[in-house]
Ligand binder design. Structure first.
Ligand SMILES: *Cc1c(COP(=O)(O)O)cnc(C)c1O
Length: 371
């Protein structure tokens, strides 16, 4: 091979690194020759999928020789009935990450500025960089978004601002008032993407979904997912909600058959399984409390979280702790690629998975493996 294909890639792509997913259980067990390991690394729903969703998938499989409905008519109708969306405000994605990418393709040119926060979800950086945009990364405040600094960073070149509420990997969130004050400062020509992947878990009184503000702020795109509280991460389905013009533009860059038939059917079905959603939220609240209670005596601190995970400060480089936990069959998520080398993100599991993590973590810290 004499051609240097790296030189052929666009400058944005030349600087990219592939997304680092949580380590799969099968991979760890293969490497260590162990079994019974647990994965608390990817903010997946520990309940497994809803039985209602499984039935819908099974029924949908007989349609697999056909292409899916490119317009997603049925799911959009069910979503609209459930949440009150107008169908011409919905963009379906192969996961909400797909919608984030569509936003990049539809709106961001090389040289544009894209604003997001330090410690924000890594996909915003990937979208900005792949588009050849200039990333404007504002310093975090108490691990969360400094909305005032983000508003102050807007220039004539700003095209898109990415916000996560709650944010992953920090679990931080901001209030209705804070969002409203922020939006009032942003020119209408700047698109604000509000990623609400964990919205279903939040019970704080002054948290509000941006869906309530879209009539007031036309530049607001909300993204939602079925991957977390609805337990369908493996099927890949999420969506965006935006005004009709933005929605039209996003659907122009959307691949026509981006969401597969089982995902469309499972998502439409799971919305009616209110019992599953309630159990997801309840088990998460109890699990967060269980983890905090178990962490408190260990002398480590953590970032208070409203998501389905908790990010723990090991007080020193967390890489040895991560490695030692793997030896115990417990997979968590190191955050060095987020610029948080001392932290580990732990997804809330079932009660015995949380116990298993706490026992292993205690053992690892006591053995002096504190970085
Ligand atoms: C998990 C997550 C998503 C969801 O991604 P999908 O592509 O819908 O699975 C989006 N944003 C954030 C911040 C997340 O943590």
């Amino acid at each position: 091979m004499t051609c240097d294909y790296y030189q052929l890639a666009t400058p944005g792509v030349q600087g990219l690194h592939p997304y680092q997913p949580g380590k799969p259980v099968e991979e760890l067990e293969r490497e260590l020759g162990i079994s019974d390991s647990i994965k608390l690394a990817s903010n997946e729903n520990p309940l497994g999928p809803s039985q209602v969703a499984i039935k819908a998938v099974q029924a949908a499989l007989s349609e697999s020789a056909r292409y899916p409905d490119a317009s997603g008519f049925k799911l959009k109708k069910v979503l609209s009935e459930h949440y009150g969306y107008a169908p011409n405000t919905l963009t379906l994605g192969n996961g909400s990450n797909d919608v984030l990418e569509m936003i990049g393709r539809a709106f961001i040119l090389p040289g544009d500025e894209v604003i997001y926060s330090e410690y924000a979800f890594v996909v915003y950086m990937l979208v900005a960089q792949a588009s050849g945009a200039k990333a404007v990364v504002t310093a975090a405040k108490n691990w969360g978004h400094d909305l005032a600094a983000m508003a102050a960073a807007v220039t004539d070149k700003t095209r898109v601002i990415f916000l996560a509420n709650p944010n992953n990997p920090t679990g931080t969130w901001f209030s209705e008032d804070a969002l409203r004050v922020f939006m009032a400062q942003i020119p209408e020509r700047v698109i604000v993407v509000l990623d609400e992947a964990y919205a279903e878990y939040v019970t704080e009184a002054d948290y509000v979904t941006g869906l309530t503000m879209q009539d007031e702020f036309a530049n607001l795109i909300i993204t939602r997912t079925f991957s977390k509280a609805f337990g369908l991460a493996g099927l890949r389905i999420g969506y965006g909600v935006a005004n009709a013009a933005i929605t039209d533009l996003l659907n122009r860059v959307r691949q026509p058959f981006n969401v597969n038939i089982p995902a469309l059917e499972a998502a439409a079905a799971v919305l009616s399984d209110t019992d599953y959603l309630q159990r997801s939220v309840a088990i998460n609240r109890a699990g967060l409390a269980q983890l905090e209670k178990g962490l408190a005596p260990l002398g480590v601190s953590w970032i208070p979280s409203v998501g389905n995970f908790i990010t723990v400060d090991c007080g020193a480089n967390a890489a040895p702790v991560y490695a030692a936990l793997l030896q115990e069959g417990v997979i968590v998520r190191p955050l060095a690629n987020y610029g948080m080398p001392n932290h580990l993100r732990v997804t809330v599991g079932l009660p015995d998975e949380n116990s298993r993590f706490l026992t292993a973590f205690t053992k690892v810290l006591k053995s002096g493996n504190k970085g």
